[in-house]
Design a binder for this molecule. Structure first.
Ligand code: GLU
Ligand code: ZN
Length: 464
């Protein structure tokens, strides 16, 4: 389905990290563009100079790159486009689609208070419209004249939404210092950037009528709209910090694959039969607005963890390796050894995150392991020491170092000492890996090889 006229945009305000909700909006835009062979545009809405920061811009770009949501055009910065926006104001005034409002803040406050007292919506009453022909040398804002009538938003997700213009006030499009305001700049940008589909959170639905009226006033073509349902926590409250990490980068730091995040996000408010696991290509092919739900998506961190665990089992070796290298340094020779792949495969069932996975790999990647005092006390006991010594003596003699011979040697030690597996197996596991959660001990011995295994047992015995 190639429609090169599809042009969508992600338009974050850089006031914080890339939030889970923002990332979902970016993803849906990206998927829609890819599906139709269109273009995905990144626009930074940084007109609020008090709240916008460079750090937030960097975090957004970084988060999107990490997720692989690569944009085709931009990033465009609204703060660099004021002259473009302002250039549309004179014509609006001339055509009487906008007018100067000389009301002072106190006057506006009083007007709102009076309306509230009458239980009416506190909207600007348009009083300066009557005086539109007198131009005074006084501070003023520019207001858009909302025409009478109704607007029907034909939303691709919400269906038809009808708004009576009586509900829409004459909004300010330029402040008294001449700077253009939010809804106005969004419309100018979406029009000039030839956006075909505006895909965004449904918290913006309220702005859509105003924006449609502005498109009409300026003679621009109106794009299609798709408003995505909110994302809520499991308690049905709006997703916030108290539901856990909401910044995308935090999931990178916790050891999630970017693909896990995309897969998880695509199911927040969209479904495809009962499929949960999607490759990027599958998401692109299956994505459509018909299957975007009207009700909120529920953020379930356990499901996210489950998905990551799924990908830890499934992802190709190189991707796992790349993932764990964010957390541990692996000496080149060990990394390039075929044993590295064996290490990874032996651990796939034991980790849910790349961070955990990396820790489990340290038995192979590092020489100095740190055994916790608790593990020392519990497993490296006086009783265990002679058994470890007995095993060591046998291992030193062992010529043929294979899984089978190691198993036989180990079992022989158990028999000769009349002990059970755990009496020697657990201490040995701690000695070799500093962890209670490792693959089978013969696999570890095999992977470490004779010299490293023996050295490690000797070193630990010396402190037992
Ligand atoms: N800058 C807005 C936001 O961050 C998005 C506006 C839009 O998509 O139209 O929520
Ligand atoms: Zn006024």
């Amino acid at each position: 389905m190639t429609d090169t006229n599809v042009r969508v945009r992600f338009a974050p305000s850089p006031t914080g990290f890339l939030h889970i909700g923002g990332a979902r909006t970016a993803l849906f835009n990206y998927l829609y563009a890819k599906k139709h062979g269109g273009k995905f545009i990144l626009r930074i809405e940084d007109t609020d100079s008090e709240r916008s920061t460079q750090a937030a811009v960097d975090a957004i770009l970084d988060g999107m790159q990490w997720l692989g949501l690569n944009w085709d055009e931009g990033p465009f910065f609204q703060s660099q486009r004021y002259d473009i926006y302002k250039s549309y104001i004179p014509k609006m005034l001339e055509e009487e689609k906008a007018y100067r409002c000389y009301c002072k803040p106190e006057e506006l406050d009083q007007m709102r208070d009076e309306l509230k007292a009458q239980k009416k919506k506190p909207m600007y009453d348009g009083r300066c419209w009557e005086k539109r022909h007198q131009v005074l040398d006084q501070p003023h804002t520019i207001r858009f004249r909302v025409p009478e009538g109704t607007t029907v938003i034909d939303d691709l997700v919400k269906g038809q939404v009808t708004v009576d213009h009586k509900e829409v006030e004459d909004l300010i499009i330029a402040r008294s210092d001449g700077t253009p305001t939010y809804n106005f700049v969004v419309v100018v940008d979406d029009a000039l950037m030839e956006i075909s589909h505006v895909i965004r959170g449904d918290d913006h639905l309220n702005n859509t009528t105003k924006q449609i009226l502005l498109y009409e006033a300026m003679g621009f073509a109106i794009p299609a709209f798709a408003h995505l349902p909110l994302i809520l926590g499991q308690d049905k409250a709006r997703l916030s910090k108290r539901h856990g990490a909401t910044a995308v980068q935090m999931y990178r730091d916790m050891g999630y694959f970017p693909h896990t995040i995309n897969n998880f996000l695509v199911r927040l408010g969209w479904s495809h039969k009962d499929q949960e696991i999607f490759s990027m290509q599958e998401m692109i092919e299956a994505f459509n607005f018909e299957a975007v739900g009207k009700s909120p998506g529920i953020f379930n961190p356990e499901k996210l963890l489950w998905m990551n665990q799924h990908y830890i089992k499934e992802k190709p070796y190189t991707e796992i390796l790349q993932g764990i290298e964010q957390f541990i340094a692996i000496p080149e020779d060990r990394k390039n050894s075929p044993l590295m792949e064996k290490v990874i495969d032996s651990l796939r069932d034991r980790a849910k995150t790349l961070d955990e996975f990396a820790k489990l790999c340290t038995f192979y990647t590092e020489d100095q392991l740190i055994i916790t005092p608790e593990d020392q006390q519990a497993f490296l006991t006086k009783e265990a020491k002679p058994y470890v010594q007995a095993l060591l003596a046998k291992l030193q003699e062992l010529q043929d170092w294979t899984h089978d011979t190691l198993e036989a040697t180990f079992n022989q030690t158990l028999e000769e000492n009349n002990i059970k597996f755990k009496d020697l197996g657990q201490p040995l596991r701690i000695i070799l890996t500093a962890s209670k959660f490792s693959p089978g001990i013969y696999v570890i011995l095999e992977i470490l090889g004779k010299d490293r295994s023996i050295k490690r047992i000797e070193d630990v015995l010396a402190m037992m």
